[in-house]
Design a protein around this ligand. Structure first.
Ligand SMILES: [Zn+2]
Length: 250
């Protein structure tokens, strides 16, 4: 058996392993997305709660200010009632009016703050609701991920054992070419040579479909040497049916 056929056995095992892992990866991605959304919700919830605390404090200050101004106005009115002359009365009245304006302003501020407090409370409630929902989804996503990992665990271990035995039969420099290709091309790291036109000796790469020069195949055909597609760089192999068809022609 040539080196290409030996490598092809590794490739087929790798393909099965990737197939098994792809459902697990999808579950892992879904779970990671839930984690990300939960993280975002928690961050904005913390920020909303902090705004709410500050504004609640400010709003209670404004209310305190209104009470203080009220008391002051009341005191001035008391003094107005006891005024001994018109000049004193007028002076006190002016002062009352000034404090009344301040009180109106403070009341307006308090109302505005209370409205914002209510709005923030609604936002906090809706964030908490979303967070609770998302947490439920995460729980399901996590158990789905665990279940998938568990389902493929034994089969993966078996394939891993097969792979190790097969890899032992492939020269290290060939494996390193292969491993690099797998990183970028995954299932397209190796491709079969396909017959485009048998009579005219036209063949193409099963991955990129570009035609292959006859000399590309001669090394592969005769000794099973590592042969790469001149167009896409994948490692070419011959399927048994193709090999037989080519042999019959020759
Ligand atoms: Zn190609």
């Amino acid at each position: 058996m040539g080196v290409t056929d030996k490598l092809h056995r590794v490739f087929e095992v790798d393909r099965q392993m990737r197939g098994l892992q792809s459902r697990l990866r999808a579950a892992e991605r879904f779970l990671a997305e839930q984690e990300r959304q939960i993280g975002e919700l928690e961050t904005s919830l913390a920020s909303l709660k902090s705004q709410l605390r500050q504004l609640t404090a400010s709003s209670s200050n404004s209310e305190g200010e209104v009470t203080r101004l009220d008391a002051h106005i009341e005191e001035l009115r008391e003094r107005m009632n006891n005024a001994t002359n018109n000049k004193e009365y007028k002076a006190l009245l002016t002062e009352v009016n000034t404090f009344k304006e301040q009180k109106t302003a403070a009341e307006g501020e308090a109302v505005g703050q209370l409205e914002t407090v209510d709005r923030l409370k609604e936002q906090v409630a809706s964030h908490e609701e979303s967070l609770a929902e998302r947490t439920k989804v995460r729980k399901v996503a996590k158990s789905d991920r665990d279940q998938r990992a568990d389902e493929i665990k034994d089969k993966l271990a078996e394939l891993q054992g097969q792979r190790e035995a097969l890899v032992a039969d492939v020269p290290a420099h060939v494996m390193s070419v292969y491993v690099e290709l797998i990183e970028v091309r995954e299932d397209e790291a190796m491709a079969p040579i396909e017959i485009a036109d048998r009579k005219r000796h036209e063949y193409h790469c099963g991955s990129c479909m570009m035609s292959l020069p006859v000399e590309t195949m001669s090394a592969l055909l005769s000794h099973g040497e590592l042969t790469r597609c001149v167009s896409c760089g994948c490692i070419l192999y011959l399927e048994e049916s193709t090999r037989e068809a080519m042999a019959a022609k020759r």
